[in-house]
Design a protein around this ligand. Structure first.
Ligand SMILES: [Zn+2]
Length: 492
């Protein structure tokens, strides 16, 4: 029944093998500069737009150049001057704009990364020389000091500083400790970067030492990826330069409307605006998807991320409906539908016409079964042909049923609450079943409905008090998605 769906399997191994197969793809890939965290203002939007314009219309070499321009020395505020922008570019960059980049120190970045805080100490000429020590298994600060020729007295003075210095007590193999030491074996400075953002600094001061923890400013820039699917979503995403974790996020954002295991077709396409995170011009990773669109079999879906005043983040359609539904479409991942909803089916075991008022998902015994919506368990046990079955009621109108289980999740109790996506049991073939599968039913007001086609109720739309703010923020993002999609088309 589903053998026409070549892309029905998105397991890791298949994805890997697909990635190996190179296919012709027309994909726009580029990073755009946009904003520092504090610059989610119109000015930032204008910059982003201007640069996107630049990026999109430039041939590859110039694009690379445009990307290079976004690196260390050229940050947010200076961008509008650095890039040869069209006349429409904002004429003046407010001098107050680059609040978010206090760590910008072009000189330090341009030079070899000698002292991570040289710009901050503002010492005229840092004395001594730097030694980079890579922590080995079994190392500790005492050993490191000893090898560096530093006295036990200095070690004692550093360790008794306490505070952030405590972190020197738990060093991990592979960590780097930078020591600046003068030729009399005096420690002048010590730096330990605990992660790309945080570091601990010890400085010689007035015959002793001081310690402080420094958090580097994370700069968030908007990037985008756009692609068309020839073979698989993962392959197209890779070609578009979209990291795998964001591809997963993309699939989960649109997973309510599109079944990424079954529905994806050649020619489907997507555009994603997302965050890249930088520290001092070095990319340290990606952030969230800001906005995205996915066109599946000619139908375009759009999602906009919105963080409300309480800090709650979610994705909404441009008119403020939740991307999520009150129900998952499928209770099992990556399986095959072995029998559809059919009111006149010949029963394989009973061998007579008997309505099949649900959907069967063939899956290996033990495959986790997820409850499709929040609700209350109203039945758990054996029930005739259903075998081991769980029935969940969702509000006053809806109920779902999960049959033929091999085992229940033992934490599930009748009368207990279950959360959407929670594993309630495992695929089996208890009751009347010819092989391991999940029999799933969806009822509205007690009437069986086809779970594959029933119109699923939405989750909460955006709260009324945030609606205007959301609409105002969504509009420019939708415009960006449209522009990017047009340029993707122009390239094909
Ligand atoms: Zn069935």
């Amino acid at each position: 029944m589903n053998d026409d769906h070549k892309s029905s399997d998105t397991s890791a191994s298949t994805i890997t093998s697909r990635l190996l197969r190179l296919r012709r793809l027309h994909i726009v890939v580029a990073l755009i500069v946009a904003t520092a965290v504090a610059l989610i203002s119109t000015m930032a939007t204008q910059n982003a737009r201007a640069i996107r314009h630049q990026t999109l219309n430039a041939p590859a070499a110039e694009r690379d150049n445009a990307m290079a321009l976004t690196s260390p020395a050229h940050k947010t505020a200076s961008i509008s001057q650095d890039l040869p922008l069209p006349a429409a570019a904002p004429p003046t960059a407010p001098p107050t704009a680059p609040v978010a980049t206090p760590a910008t120190k072009p000189a330090a970045n341009a030079a070899a990364p000698a002292s991570p805080i040289s710009a901050k100490t503002t010492a005229p000429e840092p004395a001594g020389s730097w030694h980079n020590v890579t922590v080995k298994r079994g190392d500790n600060l005492a050993l490191i000091f000893q090898h560096a020729g530093l006295s036990a007295r200095q070690l004692y003075e550093v360790l008794q500083l306490g505070g952030p210095v405590k972190q020197f007590k738990t060093l991990f193999p592979g960590d780097t400790i930078k020591l600046r030491i003068d030729d009399q074996h005096h420690l002048l400075e010590m730096v330990h970067e605990t992660d790309p953002v945080h570091s601990i600094h010890v400085l010689a001061r007035d015959g002793g030492f001081v310690a402080k923890q420094i958090s580097r400013k994370v700069e968030v820039r908007t990037a985008y990826a756009s692609g068309e699917i020839q073979d698989s979503l993962f392959q197209a995403s890779q070609n578009a330069g979209l990291p795998d974790n964001l591809t997963m996020e993309l699939a989960s954002i649109f997973g309510w409307d599109i079944d990424f295991a079954l529905d994806i077709r050649q020619g489907d396409h997507f555009t994603v605006l997302y965050e890249d995170r930088y520290v001092d011009g070095d990319k340290i990773g990606t952030g969230d998807i800001i906005a995205a669109e996915f066109t599946n079999r000619g139908k375009t879906y759009r999602a906009i991320r919105y963080v409300d005043a309480s800090g709650h983040a979610d994705y909404y359609t441009p008119d403020g409906h939740s991307m999520r539904k009150a129900f998952l479409r499928t209770p099992v991942k990556f399986t095959r539908i072995s029998s559809r909803f059919n009111l006149h089916r010949m029963h394989p075991i009973l061998n007579r016409i008997r309505a099949h008022k649900g959907v069967d998902y063939a899956a290996p015994r033990g495959t986790p079964i997820r409850v499709t919506g929040d609700g209350k368990v109203i039945f758990k046990g054996r029930k005739g042909g259903y075998g081991r079955v769980i029935i969940v009621r969702h509000g006053s109108r809806y109920s779902t049923l999960y049959g033929h289980m091999s085992a229940f999740n033992r934490h599930i109790r009748v009368g207990g609450h279950v959360n959407q996506g929670q594993v309630i049991g495992y695929v089996g073939m208890s009751g009347l079943a010819t092989g391991p599968h999940l029999h799933y039913e969806f009822r509205i007001n007690g009437v069986h409905r086809n779970p594959l086609t029933v119109k699923l109720p939405m989750a909460q739309s955006i709260a009324k008090k945030y609606r205007n703010d959301f609409i105002a923020k969504a509009a420019p993002l939708v415009a960006q998605l449209e522009t990017l999609d047009r340029s993707r088309l122009a390239r094909n």
